[in-house]
Write a protein that binds this ligand. Structure first.
Ligand code: PHE
Length: 460
């Protein structure tokens, strides 16, 4: 090809590639591990309704905003703001995302490590013949062990770094495209088994019959935080990925497809888990172990459960990988483009720092006692350091999203925004006015109200 092409930024090669990579980022432990356990913690259907509202009114517009910023600026999360609004403090929004990426990836790697460890438990047939209590004990023993979760976390983070070193086309895109549809298939099979279990009805009611009395300020905050987490928003991931999307692609349609896929997987995961939770008498609010304790019970109750268990945990680890690379890419793209580091140096330094933080978090699950205070439910609550980082990310992402909405709604030139969304007038969108309204008013105001509600705690 021509020489000038050598100068181009690395990018996604096809439409399917973009959707697979963005959906690969969105779909991960958030859908299958985090969504069910916080749904259980905050009482079920009413929480889910608030979550869905957050997705539609805030998440979807913010995703399109991030794509718009990234594709317009053709840069990473921090430089995008510098390019679009030079000599203003707006680049701090990118920095906030950089810090949030550190926080999230540190614990994400730990949970992904648990998943890898469960691959081996599945292969050695360790679930077979165990009752729900024993499976709970098995999970507890894993996370509180000093070395085992750290070992698997290190392996997972090394895999993440490996993909990132391959670059956009050869790394991220290639892996995302093949494996996500397979994961969907397994979840649907698990759904069928779960809803036909003896006593599944109570779990289905828990998912679909809202009891608004159970909704707390902390629950609403968590639903909002999780909408951002699950869609990979509020920290620059979709800004970074947006910068790799070709000028001819339709950003609005891409955002909609990713949002629908992500939400569907979360709901299907919930449907695989809660009927089983009630059928086996597991406590729905039992926290981060919920999936790891519940699903092995389901595998024990299905023909071919041995194989399904292996496939499920392998694919969950892969889903986690297509997400973790998108988090690490935020950090690496900054070092490479702004600091001029080579990709290898940037990847290694970022991975080592994040893994070290995560290993410390893992140790606070049993070996080291370390708690910190955080505002939750309108009061100051103490959390163990591992849970503290999870709660912190649920606060940081909406703060990032607030500034992103303000930036696109009020700061960027209206023409730039319209040009990106309509591909300079080529696409006629009847919904641009709605997007505008959601961006300028609805998203930032709802985020603000959620924070005020949390601080005042008046729903308690
Ligand atoms: N969305 C991913 C998940 O659901 C996690 C993630 C958060 C990825 C933020 C990128 C940015 O697992």
């Amino acid at each position: 090809m021509e020489n000038k092409n050598l100068q181009q930024r690395d990018g996604f090669s096809s439409k399917m590639g973009i959707i697979a990579a963005a959906a690969g980022s969105a779909i991960g432990l958030g859908n299958i591990w985090k969504f069910p356990y916080i749904t259980g913690k905050y009482g079920g259907a009413a929480f889910i309704l608030v979550y869905l509202l957050c997705i539609a009114l805030i998440g979807l517009p913010v995703m399109l905003q991030e794509f718009t910023i990234g594709r317009r600026a053709q840069a990473n999360a921090i430089s995008s703001f510098k390019k679009l609004k030079p000599n203003t403090p707006w680049f701090l929004t990118g920095w906030l995302g950089f810090i949030t990426a550190f926080v999230i990836l540190s614990y994400y790697g730990v949970v992904a490590g648990w998943t890898l460890s469960y691959v081996f438990s599945a292969i050695t047939n360790s679930f077979a013949g165990q009752n729900p209590e024993a499976l709970g004990g098995m999970f507890g023993a894993l996370v509180s062990s000093p070395w085992k979760p750290v070992l698997f976390q290190v392996i997972f983070m090394a895999l993440t770094a490996g993909v990132i070193l391959g670059g956009v086309k050869n790394g991220i895109e290639k892996y995302s495209k093949i494996l996500m549809p397979l994961l969907l298939l397994i979840i649907i099979i698990l759904d069928i088994r779960a809803v036909t279990l003896q006593g599944a009805g109570e779990g289905i009611a828990f998912l679909f019959q809202p009891d608004f009395g159970k909704l707390t300020a902390a629950g609403i905050m968590s639903a909002l935080g999780h909408a951002f987490f699950s869609l990979s928003l509020g920290m620059g991931t979709m800004i970074t990925y947006g910068s790799y999307i070709g000028k001819k692609e339709n950003l609005g349609v891409t955002a909609l497809q990713v949002t629908i896929a992500d939400t569907a997987i979360a709901l299907l995961a919930g449907l695989a888990i809660f009927p089983a939770v009630f059928a086996f008498g597991i406590e729905p609010g039992s926290g981060p172990g919920l999936v790891f304790i519940t699903l092995p019970n389901v595998f024990n109750q299905m023909p071919g459960g041995y194989i399904f268990a292996i496939m499920f945990f392998v694919l969950l680890a892969v889903a986690a990988l297509t997400s973790s690379i998108s988090i690490l890419e935020v950090v690496v793209a900054y070092f490479v483009e702004d600091k001029g580091w080579d990709r290898k140096k940037a990847t290694i330094i970022a991975t080592v720092a994040i893994t070290a933080l995560g290993a410390f978090e893992s140790l606070t699950n049993g070996t080291i006692n370390f708690t910190l205070p955080l505002l939750k439910a309108g009061a100051v609550t103490w959390f163990g350091f591992f849970d503290w980082m999870i709660e912190l990310s649920d606060l940081l992402l909406p703060i990032g999203g607030f500034f992103i909405s303000i930036f696109v709604g009020w700061i960027m030139s209206k023409k730039d925004v319209d040009d990106e969304i309509t591909n300079s007038g080529e696409l006629a969108h009847s919904w641009v006015g709605i997007f505008d309204f959601l961006t300028k008013w609805v998203a930032p105001i709802l985020i603000l109200i959620t924070f005020i509600n949390l601080i005042v705690g008046f729903t308690n």
